[in-house]
Design a protein around this ligand. Structure first.
Ligand code: SAH
Length: 395
C-alpha cells in the first residue's frame, strides 16, 4: 500500500507551481514514515504528486512526478534519465571515454537527490536523499546500459548532505569495473580525477566553461588562483601562457593532485607554486609583503550554509574581494565567484561593488559567469541556480 500524505489546506500552492519541494510544515506529518514513493494528496484527498518522503528532513517531500499514472519502476527512471542525456546531447556534450560531463543534476533533471557525473566512462553517482538511495540499483543499471562508453558506475556519497538526511554513507562500485586511472580531457587540458578521495564527485565540472573563459585572459599574467583545489583554473591559465601561477588551497592532498595535473599537461615546475594555507591570511600576507598579481581568482567553497549565515558570509566575501583588490595590479583582472545558492545574484554584485568602493578601485564588468549548462536547473526549481561569478577589470 502506497503511503498517502496530506498537504495542508492552502499549502498546495508550490506544488501547483510545479516546485519539487514540500517542507514538513506544509504536510500533515502525524503518521508519516520514510518512503521512497508516497502519494501527496490535497485536503480533499485528490492526487497532487508522487514524492519521496523523509520525516527527518526539513524538505520532507521531494516530488518525482505530477502524473498519477506513473509508477516507481525501471521505465519511469529510464525515461527521466534518457531525457537528461538528451538535454546534454542537444547542448553539445559528448559521452565517451574522454570527457567529463554531469549526466544528472538532481532537481534540474526532475530527479531530486540524484547526481551522476561521467568521468571518461566512469560514472560517479550520488544519492543524497533516502528516496533517491532506494532506487540506487535501478539507476545504476540504467546508466550503465545507456551511457555510451560507460565502464563503471561508482557511488560516492556526500557525507555532509547525508548527515542532514540522517542517511548512512554508502560508497562503492555498483556496476562494471574501475580503470586503474581516470583522466578526462577538457578543452585542451587533462585532469586526473580522484573520485574516491576527492571533493564532491571528484572534480568541479560546474566551472568547466569558466575555466575556458578565464584562460582567454591569462597569457603573460601573474595569476593568483585562490581555493585552487586540484588546479582547474591554474592548469588552464598555465596552458594559455600565464607568466606564473600561484595556487592556494587549505588541502594538501588537493594541491598534490594539482601538481600532478600540472605535470600531466606538461607545465614546467618553475611556472607555478603551490601554497597550502588559508586564503584569507595569505591575501593579507601578500598585501603586507606588497606582492601584487595581474589576475586574481576567488572561488571559495559554499560560504552560506543556511539563511542565518548570509550576513556573516557577505562580510567574508567583501573582505576577500577588498584585500584581493589591494594586491591587484592596475589593469588587473578579478574573477570573483560565489557557489552559495543562498547568495542572491544582485547581492553578490553589491558586495563586490562595496569592496571596490572601499579599495578605491573602479571595476568594469567583462562578463557574468555561471555554472556550466550540464549543471542544468529547471525554471520550476530556481534554487538549482547556484554558481555566479563576475569577471572584472580594475583600473
Ligand atoms: N576552484 C576549484 C574549486 C574550489 S572548491 C576548481 O575549479 O576546481 C573550494 C576549495 O577551497 C577546496 O579545494 C577547499 O579545500 C578549499 N578551501 C576551503 N576553505 C579554504 C580556506 N580558508 N583557504 C584555502 N582554501 C580553502
Amino acid at each position: 500500500m502506497i503511503q498517502k500524505l496530506k498537504v495542508l489546506k492552502g499549502r498546495e500552492k508550490s506544488l501547483k507551481l510545479r516546485h519539487l519541494w514540500v517542507f514538513s510544515g506544509s504536510l500533515d506529518m502525524k503518521n508519516a514514515v520514510t518512503s521512497a514513493w508516497t502519494e501527496l494528496v490535497d485536503s480533499d484527498g485528490n492526487f497532487l504528486a508522487y514524492a519521496s518522503v523523509n520525516p527527518l528532513s526539513k524538505i520532507a517531500a521531494r516530488v518525482w512526478s505530477f502524473d498519477a499514472d506513473d509508477a516507481p519502476d525501471k521505465e519511469f527512471f529510464r525515461k527521466k534519465i534518457m531525457s537528461a542525456l538528451n538535454f546534454r546531447k542537444t547542448c553539445g556534450f559528448e559521452f565517451d571515454n574522454i570527457h567529463g560531463v554531469r549526466l544528472i543534476n538532481s532537481e534540474g533533471d526532475g530527479l531530486p537527490g540524484i547526481i551522476a557525473d561521467d568521468y571518461a566512462g566512469v560514472i560517479v553517482v550520488q544519492f543524497l536523499t533516502s528516496g533517491a538511495a532506494a532506487y540506487r540499483e535501478i539507476i545504476s543499471e540504467i546508466l550503465f546500459e545507456n551511457v555510451p562508453g560507460a565502464v563503471a558506475v561508482y557511488e560516492k556519497s556526500d557525507s555532509a548532505i547525508l548527515e542532514k538526511e540522517h542517511l548512512p554513507c554508502c560508497d562503492g562500485l555498483l556496476s562494471g569495473k574501475l580503470p586503474d586511472q581516470c583522466i578526462i580531457e577538457e578543452n585542451g587540458a587533462k585532469f586526473e580525477i580522484d573520485f574516491v578521495n576527492g571533493h564532491k564527485s571528484g572534480f568541479y565540472l560546474d566551472q568547466r566553461r569558466n575555466r575556458d573563459i578565464l584562460s582567454r585572459y591569462a597569457a603573460g599574467k601573474t595569476v593568483l588562483n585562490c581555493f585552487s583545489y586540484t588546479g582547474g583554473f591554474g592548469v588552464k591559465a598555465a596552458l594559455a601562457g600565464a607568466k606564473f601561477v600561484t595556487n592556494i588551497d587549505s588541502s594538501a592532498p588537493a594541491l598534490e593532485r594539482s601538481a600532478e595535473n600540472m605535470a600531466l599537461n606538461g607545465i614546467a615546475e618553475n611556472c607555478y607554486e603551490d601554497i597550502v594555507g588559508d586564503v584569507f591570511s595569505m591575501l593579507r600576507k601578500f598585501r603586507a609583503e606588497k606582492r601584487k598579481f595581474d589576475f586574481i581568482i576567488l572561488d571559495p567553497p559554499k560560504l552560506v550554509q543556511g539563511r542565518g549565515d548570509l550576513k556573516r558570509a557577505a562580510k567574508a566575501y567583501k573582505d576577500m574581494a577588498l584585500v584581493a583588490l589591494h594586491i591587484l595590479n592596475p589593469g588587473g583582472i578579478l574573477a570573483n565567484f560565489s557557489c552559495s545558492r543562498l547568495m542572491p545574484k544582485e547581492l553578490f554584485q553589491k558586495i563586490t561593488f562595496d569592496a571596490a568602493l572601499d579599495a578605491g578601485r573602479n571595476l568594469r564588468m567583462i562578463e557574468f559567469l555561471e555554472q556550466d549548462i550540464d549543471h542544468a536547473w529547471n525554471l520550476n526549481v530556481p534554487e538549482g541556480f547556484y554558481l555566479k561569478g563576475h569577471l572584472l577589470m580594475a583600473d
